[in-house]
Write a protein that binds this ligand. Structure first.
Ligand code: FES
Length: 510
């Protein structure tokens, strides 16, 4: 518990039922479709596929809906900050229309599922806003409102957003929604079981052999044979199209505090200003609402996270008054270099393998959209937006060059991290209790953590994904890889991929 910023625990995980356990497979499995990853994209895909009558197995390395999806802010909207004007400028209005239609249909589809299955997931219809406080941002908001409207969204430019502070302007899109993502997904998982699908938790997939059929191998050695395989692991654990060159990992911090219902701004808000700030509320006890604020985006492993939590808390109290924060957590997103998610065949030669990734912070509508799109592709249908999201799309040097070069330069820097003085110069003695650092021991980079009892724990500092150096996140007690966002606990066990192997243990005696 941090006294200023609350318990380090996602509110969604804390307030959803634990969910029934889904043990790992004890024998080899054969199904029509295997889905790797049980976040919103994986479970949505499995649900859509099961509805079409195919047999499905879902394989999840941890617990279902408890990874990235369990740490989201759960805004279900087709308004994605300033995407429509960007798409109109970098592609054309047709691309913006396809994006708008596919995302809007995903929001509506989720509402239909909630109704059909009678899911109790704190669903609330509401409006989404992209706002600016600085008048310099008004021009781009007006352009976004116009582009979003041209793309088919019920969008307009407004100067009053309902926030407890003045805005210079905002794009408002009505008919959007917010919900409790884990309650929604646990209900979807229960329905999957009713439909005959099988879910396996604590089942890390470490191998994929493509063919007819495809074969997946789990860490425990069992095999899953499937006609089609979907990789929905957030950052793809199998990356034969080198998608890692087109995705940048980004972490963002979240704080939650109860507020009187009278202070509820009624909506979902985001601004690209001040390193992004996002606001929504959720139902809370005793007639109060839970204020959820998000912001401070940064590359994993590159920042003083405690300091950033403090900055976000200051911002929230400055705008909403004295707050007693109950929970804090962090989201992790993958930003695609051209701003459009990568959903479709896994690589150029793919016939039966698919991927869903790169939702850029909009994984709720994006994950549901991906589920429908992938189920269609597996069934041999091609929705009108399949080319827009196709990971094999021709890359535009112009629209991607800047993001691509920036990300690759950063990866290169972390890969050759031994030239960085801050890494090479550390010593074990200088590591405070609760902290960690990368130090050179016996000519090798070691990631050393000193626990609160003073015990030292050392693991290899080279990430097992592609070899970048990890860095310690003291606030969340994790080793993080800045290159593609893998995360490991202090003992080196995987918290989040794309890495599929833990960091190797090291001795401090060398
Ligand atoms: Fe790719 Fe670490 S996540 S090198």
């Amino acid at each position: 518990m941090n006294e200023q910023t609350g318990e380090q625990r996602s509110y969604w995980i804390e307030t959803a039922p634990p969910g029934i356990p889904h043990p790992p497979p004890t024998a080899d499995v054969t199904v029509d479709v295997a889905v790797v990853g049980a976040g919103i994209a994986g479970l949505s895909t499995a649900w859509e596929v099961a509805r079409s009558g195919r047999s499905v197995a879902v394989l999840e390395a941890g617990r279902i809906a408890a990874g990235v999806t369990g740490h989201t802010t759960a805004k279900l909207t087709a308004l994605h900050t300033l995407i429509y004007d960007r798409l109109r400028r970098t592609r054309d209005i047709e691309a913006a229309k396809l994006y708008g239609r596919s995302q809007t249909e995903a929001v509506r589809h989720a509402a239909e599922i909630v109704e059909e299955l009678g899911i109790d997931c704190d669903w609330e219809d509401t409006a989404a806003f992209t706002y600016a406080q600085d008048t310099k941002g008004v021009g781009e908001l007006k352009a976004e409102a116009e582009a979003a409207r041209a793309a088919g969204l019920p969008a307009e430019f407004v100067t009053e957003a309902g926030l407890p502070f003045p805005v210079a302007g905002a794009v408002r899109v009505t008919e959007q929604a917010q919900f409790h993502p884990r309650k929604y997904l646990l209900a979807l998982a229960d329905d999957l079981i009713r439909q005959g699908a099988t879910l396996y938790e604590h089942t890390r997939v470490v191998g994929l052999k493509e063919g007819e059929p495809c074969r997946l191998t789990t860490e425990a050695g069992t095999t899953v044979t499937a006609t089609d395989v979907v990789v929905a692991t957030h950052y793809p654990v199998f990356d034969r199209a080198l998608l890692f060159t087109r995705l940048s990992p980004r972490r963002e911090l979240v704080l939650a505090a109860p507020i009187p219902a009278a202070l509820d701004p009624h909506g979902m808000f985001i601004t690209p200003e001040q390193g992004t700030r996002s606001v929504r509320t959720a139902p809370y006890r005793d007639g109060q609402r839970l204020l959820i604020v998000t912001g401070e985006h940064f590359t994993p492993g590159t920042s003083d996270v405690e300091e950033r939590f403090g900055r976000l808390a200051d911002w929230a109290t400055r705008h909403f008054g004295e707050l007693a924060f109950t929970n804090r957590w962090a989201t992790q997103d993958n930003d695609p270099t051209d701003s459009v998610p990568l959903v479709g065949p896994l690589h150029l030669g793919s016939r039966h393998t698919y991927v869903a990734t790169g939702f850029g912070g909009w994984g709720m509508s994006g994950g549901i959209m991906a589920g429908r799109l992938l189920a269609d592709l597996i069934a041999g249908r091609r929705p009108p937006w399949s080319d827009l999201y196709d990971p094999r799309r021709v890359r535009s040097a112009v629209r991607e060059a800047s993001a691509f070069l920036k990300h690759q330069a950063q990866v290169a820097r972390h890969f050759v991290g031994d030239r960085l003085p801050s890494v090479a110069g550390g010593s074990v003695d200088s590591i405070a209790p609760g902290d960690g650092a990368v130090v050179r021991l016996g000519g090798r980079h070691c990631a050393v953590h000193r626990d609160t009892d003073g015990q030292l724990h050392a693991v290899d500092a080279r990430c097992t994904h592609l070899g970048c150096l990890v860095a310690f996140n003291r606030a969340e007690r994790a080793w993080e890889c800045p290159c593609h966002g893998s995360r490991f606990d202090p003992a080196g066990e995987i918290v989040q991929g794309p890495a599929t192997r833990p960091l190797e243990k090291r001795s401090l005696d060398t």
